[in-house]
Design a protein around this ligand. Structure first.
Ligand SMILES: C[S@@+](CC[C@H](N)C(=O)[O-])C[C@H]1O[C@@H](n2cnc3c(N)ncnc32)[C@H](O)[C@@H]1O
Ligand code: SF4
Length: 448
């Protein structure tokens, strides 16, 4: 049996297996499921132009030069978790001894850094579209710390009635008192890491809450009027097609507004765990099939991608992750947080260096770099791919770019990476969602 028939032999009616088959067979010979690439930010592709204090000076200048009344987003990274999950590749860790003191110390650094940024240029006046607390697990912070940070943001920046307050968390840490605290502080968007609802998979990844508890949590937040987005990972041990689709259906039934689908990535931080579960010698094909099936089902449920790997209903605008589509800047604060002002990208260092380098009151930036002319030219196309919205004008540009004797646009159409959209432009298919990083690589390697 070929791998497709093998995988989809008992495919439920909820998905269109013929469509998935067509998607898969359209890829050859150019795109190989085993060799998909992650979309990378500028700072991950080449060395910084500036480091340390020079990076901070360049950031100050970039803030001054950036449009003075343009809205912006704020991101704060909280790297702490109750324990480190084996499968996780995020920059996050469990604090050892004196956790309370360390949390206080970290929050104090963030607090100082926020005030420092707010004194630069017109930052304190620019309307904030979204405040996003990412991690790690931001709800590892205690109530007082969360109050301190949110009060600081409200006092130091231009928070409006439209500002979306969002955070990432786990079912485990969303206790009744934490829920009440977050609601009182104005948070209304939750990204909750579900990963899987299948009992066997949950046991392997160390999620102790039952699937029912996870669903209950989502319904509770929905009942309070929040927008709830869920993270699911394909490629975890013990996953099956039926289970994966049942998870999506159950999450949709209890009202989840958005779905981020990830393939399990293996990096040094989760390598040992992956080895223990024999994931190193894996093929990506089964994960690609799961991803395709998930995307197919989410479209049937009425969701639309507003980011290459994020399916959402009309309530879920995904404001923070889509800031480049609105031409907004991003003020990012905290360890490993990376932000953008105009064409300048900057990044903070890891935990130990972050705490030390801010001793003198300056935000300890690891480095920063300006987009070069080619990166600036490619930015609208890259943003269009990542946000799943290729306008007719950008399609014309893609048509003019040549690769292997043809245009990029023709190539993407021929291999079913894109399809026509209602506005006369194009959107990503689920192939496109899988190969978004490769598509960006092709944009970057071609010039008009
Ligand atoms: C920054 S993490 C925070 C999630 C939250 N602390 C939790 O545990 O649910 C955001 C998401 O990244 C995804 N993720 C974590 N490790 C991953 C990996 N190795 N490969 C792909 N996605 C991963 C998970 O879906 C996770 O929910
Ligand atoms: S999956 Fe979430 S809780 Fe687990 S280590 Fe990663 S960030 Fe922390």
């Amino acid at each position: 049996m070929n791998p497709f028939d093998d995988f989809f032999s008992h495919s439920p009616e909820t998905i269109n297996a013929d469509k998935i088959h067509k998607q898969w067979t359209s890829l050859a010979p150019v795109y190989d499921v085993e060799r998909w690439q992650l979309p990378l930010p500028v700072w991950a592709k080449r060395p910084y132009d500036y480091e340390g204090l020079e990076a901070w000076e360049a950031a100050r200048q970039a803030v001054k030069d950036s449009q003075s009344d343009q809205p912006m987003c704020i991101y704060i990274h909280i790297p702490f978790c109750t324990s480190k999950c084996g499968f996780c590749d995020s920059y996050s860790f469990k604090l050892g001894s004196h956790a309370d003191t360390r949390v206080k110390e970290y929050v104090e650094r963030i607090y100082k850094e926020l005030w420092l940024w707010s004194a630069q240029g017109t930052l304190s006046n620019r309307p904030v579209t979204s405040v996003h607390l990412g991690g790690g697990t931001p709800t590892f912070l205690d109530k007082k710390s969360l109050e301190k940070l949110t009060a600081c943001i409200r006092n130091a920046f231009n928070i409006t009635n439209e500002t979306e307050w969002a955070l990432e968390s786990t079912v485990q840490s969303l206790t009744p008192s934490m829920t009440a605290c977050l609601h009182d502080l104005g948070f209304r968007r939750l990204h909750v890491g579900i990963q899987s609802l299948q009992a066997r998979t949950r046991a392997v990844i160390g999620r102790r809450q039952s699937p029912e508890e996870a669903l209950e949590c989502i319904m509770q937040y929905k009942g309070m009027g929040w927008v709830v987005s869920v993270d699911l990972v394909c490629g975890l041990p013990e996953q099956t097609l039926t289970g994966w689709l049942a998870d999506i259906q159950a999450l949709a039934d209890c009202g989840a507004d958005g779905f981020s689908l990830y393939e399990l990535l293996i990096y040094p931080q989760n390598l040992e765990w992956a080895k223990r579960h024999h994931l190193l010698e894996r093929s990506h094909l089964a994960n690609y099939f799961l991803f395709q099936a998930g995307g197919n089902m989410l479209s049937a449920l009425g969701c639309r991608k507003n980011l290459f790997n994020h399916w959402a209903n009309y309530r879920d605008k995904n404001i923070y992750f889509t800031y480049p589509t609105r031409g907004e800047d991003l003020l990012a604060v905290g360890t490993i947080a990376d932000g953008v002002f105009g064409n300048y990208h900057y990044r903070h260092p890891r935990y130990a260096a972050y705490l030390q380098s801010t001793d003198n009151g300056l935000p300890g930036l690891e480095g920063g770099l300006f987009e070069n002319p080619l990166e600036q030219k490619n930015k609208p196309l890259i943003t269009a791919v990542l946000s799943n919205h290729i306008t007719p004008g950008l399609a014309t540009e893609l048509n003019a770019r040549k690769i292997d004797g043809g245009s990029i646009l023709e190539r993407w159409l021929a291999h079913a990476l894109i399809e026509s959209s209602d506005d006369g432009g194009y959107q990503l298919t689920n192939n496109g969602a899988w190969f978004a990083g490769n598509m960006i690589g092709e944009i970057s390697s071609t010039q008009q």
